[in-house]
Design a protein around this ligand. Structure first.
Ligand SMILES: [Zn+2]
Length: 290
């Protein structure tokens, strides 16, 4: 768990980290959040609290519908946090906070309200947030690009289906691919990303498989939504410059002539700060609408 005190300007003032408690009931997680707020200097100066959580989050009602990591179902987290922590609290899916931050303050800040931005976050797995018409696309179930079926004869995905894009895309999938080929993968940055610079043919073939599955997922996004900008974010996307030629080739194979035109691909400019600034964006909008 990480938390930061954010100011309109200059952004992240202070940041603290804590381990998720064992048996993470909502009460225990809130106790830990209380300790983190104390560490940041107390709730007094804060205008509000925004919590970013993986999984299905209903921002309107403040309810976490499903969080597989914590084992939560239908937890009224915003209300519970307000009561326990004494701060007006909003909740949102973590990828969407990332998308909002990147759109308003990062790679998407030059876009006009009429333009569409997709933020594809490739970390352990892959997920997507979308801004259209100047607003976050906020249906809780949307953006699950990682669970588009890519190969029906592929391997089993954590979601229960077979051959999802996420079985080939993300740090977890790449680590598995490398190990299956007998290649070292203990340190992701050194063993998996480092091989791109070295240009080893065996590892380039695996990165090419990754690019082909990613291109398939992105082609669905492009054909349906044709975003003006696709931001590739998350730890794995930091090495985009090394595999972008493979990705572009795979995209050209997936798409018909012209469908890639006017779709710009960029990397995140805010990296780890994007979700924090997305949270600030929510608070600013809430203050304006009051
Ligand atoms: Zn899946």
């Amino acid at each position: 768990m990480r938390m930061a005190l954010i100011a309109r300007d200059p952004g992240v003032v202070r940041e603290v980290w804590a381990k998720t408690p064992p048996c993470p009931t909502p009460e225990r997680v809130l106790d830990r959040l209380a300790a983190m707020i104390t560490e940041l200097g107390g709730a007094e100066p804060a205008a509000g609290l925004v919590l970013g959580i993986p999984g299905l989050v209903d921002a309107d009602t403040g309810v976490v519908r499903i969080n597989a990591n914590l084992g939560w179902r239908n937890v009224a987290l915003a209300d519970a946090a307000r009561d326990r922590l004494g701060l007006s609290t909003m909740i949102q899916n973590d990828v969407r906070l990332h998308t909002l931050g990147e759109w308003r303050f990062g790679a998407g800040r030059e876009l006009t309200p009429r333009q569409t931005m997709a933020d594809v976050v490739i970390g352990t797995g892959i997920a997507m947030g979308l801004v259209r018409g100047g607003q976050l696309w906020d249906t809780p179930e949307s953006g699950e690009i990682g669970h588009i079926t890519w190969n029906r004869d592929g391997i089993r995905c954590g979601c229960g289906k077979t051959g999802c894009v996420e079985t080939m895309v993300g740090a977890k999938a790449l680590t598995r691919l490398f190990r299956e080929q007998g290649l070292p993968a203990d340190d992701f940055a050194r063993d998996v990303v480092g091989t791109l610079q070295a240009g080893q043919p065996e590892s380039l073939a695996l990165w090419n498989q990754f690019c082909r599955a990613l291109a398939f997922g992105l082609s669905v996004v492009i054909l349906v939504l044709h975003p003006d900008l696709i931001v590739l974010s998350g730890g794995v996307a930091q090495s985009l410059s090394w595999w972008k030629p493979m990705l572009m080739k795979a995209l050209e194979d997936e798409l018909f002539l012209g469908s890639l035109s006017q779709v710009r691909l960029a990397t995140s400019t805010l990296a780890d700060r994007a979700p924090y600034l997305g949270g600030m964006s929510l608070l600013l909008d809430a203050a304006l609408s009051r």
